[in-house]
Each structure stands twice: as C-alpha cells, then as structure tokens.
Ligand binder design. Sequence first.
Ligand SMILES: [Mg+2]
Length: 140
Amino acid sequence: MTTGVPEGDSVSLGKLKQMMADFAKERDWDQYHTPRNLLLAMVGEVGELSEIFQWKGEVKRGVPDWKEEEKIHLGEELSDVLLYLVRLSDICGVDLGKAALRKVELNAIKYPAKASKEVTNKENEIENSSTANNGTIEEN
Ligand SMILES: [Mg+2]
C-alpha cells in the first residue's frame, strides 16, 4: 500500500507533524486537540502498548519469538504513541526535534560515558558476586 510517506528512517518529525495537522483539519478535529485531550489520548495509547508486553515476561531484543501479527500490532501501538506525542508537541508549540536533540545533549552531560560505564561495571561486579554467593551447595 502506498501512503505517500517516505520509508523508514527518512520519515521526519516535521512530516509527521504536518500529516497530523492535515488529518485533524480535514475532520474538523482541531477543536478536540487540546493539550490535555492529546496527553490523555497518548497515555491511553501507552496503555495499549503496555498490554502487548503484559504477562510476556522479559522479551528478547528484536522480539524474535513473536508472531508476525504481534509485531504488526506492536508497530501500530508504537505509532499511536508517537503520533499523539508529535501532535501534542505541535499544539503546545514545542519543536520536538529540537527539544529532543537538546535533551540528548543534556543527558550526555548528566551521564558522561566514561563515568557511566564505570558505574555499570561496578553494578555488574556486585550482581555477579551476589549471584555466586546465593548459589546452593549440593550435598552428597
Ligand atoms: Mg492504539
């Protein structure tokens, strides 16, 4: 199916923002797209996304054990969350791409790579020694 949307990585937040604005305008839904309504709609979609993972336990990266229809459903719910986030940002006058780039920079300052790796390695050492000490001793 051709949607007129570029494939994969070439999709921009600006394009999605424009498509969502057009979508709402064509349906006269602008009146309903208040910040609060959009936020609550997005939270609802996060709930739908969470349901997909509910009761599955930890899931492997790339979800290799999932059926194709489950992966399609996952993509749909991820998209619902993203689209509401993009629309909420637009309605609030926030340049989401710019804000996200700034946040990545702030996170890099807050969590310097070298220091964070050292903390992670230390936590792994503690976890491994804790696991080793909790092993049961078999008696013959
Ligand atoms: Mg949904």
